[in-house]
Design a binder for this molecule. Structure first.
Ligand code: FES
Length: 310
């Protein structure tokens, strides 16, 4: 059961309650849920509310100019009281609760997973700070964060600021000045993530964490290989221009997915043998090197054959 309120002209807040009034599965700060919207359309959104709540999930959905259908559906067709199917929360952007201090950096709608992290850090009594930049000030997000006082620094343009760059977060300086034990989290537009990646790359002591909303590299579907589906023993050919997931769906098989570009982990699949050619933005380089799981919406194969737990 959903309740919808408008955060800004292009951001809606959705509060989701279980239709049968039972308790929802618990989640950890930084988690997201998949919403099954219609006609097989599945989209992932970060949970904003406190991870100690079990009676509701709250998400913020920005209406994207280049919407592939998900955010447009939520803004234009979904109504308060409608029932929608969701999956249990998953976390690919987990908060390290043991860190002695944490720094959160957000741009635009990238603030959503960090709101839940800020609440969790506050509950734990850990030192933290948040830097939040946006083109305008989303009122409900600001009022939720304002209670944390000086721990939150806002970077919003005002009528008194003529220079847009005056609202930019100096990511390089924040990273350079972070203490060795700090964990730093960044979620926002691609330009911000690129700056964060560059700032952390040269500093091996930095514990950086990043969440992408989109795969700016695009999904390359060149190259042919075979996939053995271990559960049925069936072998399928994956041709150029198609992903493993595309091929499965075209053959009428069922497989979970959402973003189709390697940023949500919905399609994560165990690899039993073969060497994947990883193209996702979720797994770490160590996890890629382990070659024991892959995102079948975007990753391909370096070996002629992959055996997958499907
Ligand atoms: S569907 Fe999102 S990572 Fe594959």
């Amino acid at each position: 059961m959903s309740a919808i309120s408008q955060e800004t002209t292009d951001i809606n807040l959705l509060e989701l309650h279980p239709a049968d009034r039972t308790v929802l599965p618990s989640f950890s700060a930084g988690s997201h849920i998949d919403l099954h919207l219609r006609d097989g359309l599945v989209r992932s959104y970060s949970l904003i509310n406190s991870s100690s709540e079990t009676h509701r999930y709250v998400i913020g959905v920005k209406k994207e100019q280049n919407s592939r259908g998900g955010s447009r559906y939520i803004h234009e067709e979904l109504r308060s009281g409608d029932e929608i199917t969701i999956d249990a929360p998953r976390n690919t952007f987990a908060l390290n609760e043991e860190a002695s201090s944490s720094i959160l950096i957000a741009g635009g709608i990238g603030i959503t997973p960090l709101i839940s992290m800020a609440q969790r850090l506050e509950e734990l009594g850990k030192p933290w700070q948040l830097h939040y930049a946006a083109h305008s000030s989303p009122t409900s997000f600001v009022s939720q964060l304002a209670r944390f006082g000086s721990k939150v620094r806002f970077y919003f343009p005002t009528e008194f600021q003529r220079e847009p760059c005056s609202t930019r977060i100096d990511i390089d300086s924040i990273v350079a000045n972070a203490c060795r034990e700090a964990h730093i989290y960044c979620c926002g537009p691609e330009r911000m993530l690129t700056a964060f990646t560059a700032a952390t790359a040269e500093r091996s002591h930095v514990h950086g964490h990043i969440e992408h909303f989109a795969n700016a590299l695009g999904v390359d579907k060149e190259g042919e290989f075979e996939v053995v589906l271990a559960k049925s023993g069936r072998t399928i050919a994956v041709h150029s221009g198609k992903s493993i997931l595309d091929t499965l769906l075209e053959l009428g098989m069922d497989a979970p997915y959402s973003c189709m570009e390697g940023v949500c982990s919905s399609c994560e699949t165990r690899v039993l043998s073969g060497i994947p050619d990883h193209r996702d933005l979720i797994l770490s380089s160590e996890e890629h090197a382990a070659n024991d799981r892959m995102m079948i919406c975007c990753s391909r194969s370096k070996s002629p054959t992959l055996v997958l737990e499907l």
